[in-house]
Design a protein around this ligand. Structure first.
Ligand code: ARG
Length: 582
């Protein structure tokens, strides 16, 4: 379904073309929602620009635009007004708004714009490192990436959710060497272990590696063996990956996130050819024995050229090589139309360089493949410092999530003394996990955000609980009236009249605009704000407009139904489940 904004853009562009005999960019109508509803619903801001172009008075330009406006469009408006230096404000008439809301209700995608061409979109997110360290940043990546993947799935694209796990690298050398000595039974499969133990061994191995030259030498030898595919080493590696995988999966299950694992090791077979291709095209320079790519515009702190190293002097490949192989694979084998990589902002320079290198060698053509690094800020603790769990160790990440569920349980037990244990359990799960996700997503992702159970579980303000509660309330209203909802839906239509109904209706109809915006700037907080405003506008409507037992009951119940569907769908895109009572 076309959005109201796009429809205005389309018809106004046509009237600019007709009025001034313009075409292309020059005729494109700049339309935006009005900031204040008392002025109108949508405004056209093009008269000023056109007045300069055509050397005409802006108000006169505005008048001419209106004079050439399609009659059908005029009929959809109750008021068209020129304001200030030539802004044109449009107010939709309630009958038209009602009609389009009724269409939205019966649209399977609730007014979201379906793409004219289905795109293959890769969203790479989560991407923790095997045995190394799992930090809250990986949870952020998981939550944000899942939301973007859900958005594109909802819009009807073909989405590939990739988990680029750090499952390759020198860390395995020391870990295997260490485990051979201290956990041989585990390596031989005689004893079970878990992610927490692995991380503990990793820390000890690292310490030993830094202090003991003998151990260091053995570890390096182990890496060579692993890379050569030596059987025992390969087996140990597999075991370590499997244990980590199980640990990660626990978190994904709790968050209800689906991912396809395609770690760094997947790209091993391609690394050699990638380097060779760069060499063949004459793009490689040797610097201190290492093969490097010098890309325009990338300088270090001293202002000297800062290269991307694609092969170390000892012949080893690294993170950069893997990422080049990954981008090549995604463009040519996966045939991605769009690639989105979600990591902390600290890696943004790395990705800018990878993208630049892929352009330079000719793999990445921005007219064919759209590519974005979606960065995000740090997670801070209550002390304003980088977040650490209580023990100061990062491996208990799952406790962070279960902690939110426990806190939710406390609150629920107080609020719902009559609920059974099972009910509380189920509600707490939805609310606790929802709260963690929502508090992350509702902050502009570039900003650092403070992790606080107390704040994320508040019942007021822009929180998950407030939205879930609003959802429950709307459904409560539907339940409370005697009417059977199926009957209401087939016998009544939305007919907005009261200003609060119009405000709510207009906001509902903007759902598609928000999703479209989100698909461009990839800022989930936009959708959170939209849903928060939706809940507030619904509350204002419910305060101002009686539903039960009025002549408008039918129409208003349908409006409640549409609100509840849009709210539920919006929450689903954020990755939040809903509940029926609270
Ligand atoms: N494993 C990396 C980390 O924990 C993130 C991977 C990001 N993705 C990539 N293609 N390099 O920092």
């Amino acid at each position: 379904m076309e959005t109201l904004l796009a429809a205005f853009q389309r018809t106004l562009t046509r009237s600019i073309q007709d009025a001034f005999d313009l075409s292309g960019e020059e005729a494109f109508a700049d339309v935006a929602p009005c900031v204040q509803e008392e002025f109108g619903h949508y405004q056209c801001n093009s008269a000023l620009r056109l007045s300069k172009l055509l050397k005409k008075n802006p108000r006169q330009v505005a008048e001419l635009i209106i004079a050439h406006l399609d009659e059908g469009k005029k009929a959809e408006c109750s008021k068209i007004e020129i304001a200030g230096p030539g802004f044109i404000n449009f107010t939709l008439n309630p009958a038209y708004l009602s009609e389009t809301l009724n269409r939205q209700l019966h649209d399977l995608h609730l007014g979201a714009v379906r793409p004219s061409k289905k795109q293959r979109i890769i969203v790479e997110f989560s991407s923790p490192n095997v045995a190394k360290e799992l930090h809250v940043g990986h949870i952020r990546s998981t939550i944000i990436g899942d939301c973007l993947a859900r958005l594109f799935e909802f819009l009807g694209h073909d989405v590939l959710r990739l988990n680029h796990i750090g499952d390759w690298g020198t860390q395995f050398g020391m870990l295997i060497t260490y485990m051979k000595e201290f956990a041989p039974d585990v390596l031989q499969g005689k004893e079970e272990t878990d992610l927490t133990s692995l991380m503990g061994w990793y820390r000890s191995a690292k310490k030993r590696f830094d202090e003991d030259p003998e151990f260091k030498k053995r570890s390096q030898l182990q890496v060579v063996q692993l890379q050569a595919g030596e059987k025992e080493a390969a087996h140990a590696w597999q075991l370590i990956c499997e244990v980590s995988r199980r640990g990660f999966q626990e978190i994904y299950d709790l968050l209800n996130v689906k991912l396809v694992e395609r770690g760094e090791s997947f790209y091993n077979p391609y690394l050699k050819e990638v380097v060779e291709e760069f060499e063949r095209k004459g793009l490689v320079e040797i610097s201190d024995g290492a093969k490097c790519l010098f890309l325009d515009g990338f300088l270090n702190r001293e202002g000297e050229p800062f290269p991307l190293m694609i092969q170390k002097s000892d012949g080893g490949y690294n993170y950069d090589t893997t990422d080049l192989a990954a981008i090549r694979h995604r463009i040519f084998d996966e045939k991605a139309d769009r690639i989105i990589v979600v990591t902390d902002s600290g890696q943004s320079l790395h990705f800018q360089m990878i993208f630049a290198a892929a352009k330079k060698i000719g793999w990445l053509d921005s007219s064919r493949t759209e590519i974005d690094h979606v960065g995000f800020g740090l997670v801070l603790g209550p002390d304003g410092k980088k977040f650490k769990t209580r023990s100061g160790e990062t491996e208990k990440l799952i406790d962070l999530l279960t902690g939110a569920v426990d806190q939710a349980k406390h609150i629920l037990c107080e609020r719902l003394p009559l609920a059974t244990e099972d009910e509380i359990e189920e509600l707490a799960q939805v609310i606790g996990i929802g709260a963690v996700k929502y508090s992350d997503l509702s902050t502009h992702r570039a900003r650092d955000y403070t992790f606080s159970y107390e704040r994320m579980l508040r019942f007021e303000g822009n929180t998950a609980v407030f939205l879930l509660y609003s959802f429950v309330r709307i459904n409560g209203i539907k339940r409370k009236t005697q009417a059977n909802m199926d009957y209401v839906l087939s016998h009544h239509k939305i007919d907005v009249q009261h200003p609060s109904e119009i405000t709510l209706g207009l906001h509902l109809r903007r759902f598609g605009e928000i999703l479209e915006h989100l698909s461009r700037d990839l800022l989930p907080n936009r959708l959170c704000e939209y849903l928060y405003e939706l809940a507030e506008k619904f509350n204002a409507f419910f305060r101002d407009c009686r539903v039960e037992g009025t002549p408008e009951e039918g129409s208003r119940l349908v409006l409640c139904e549409l609100t509840s569907r849009v709210l539920k769908q919006g929450l689903e895109i954020l990755g939040l489940d809903t509940v029926e009572r609270l």
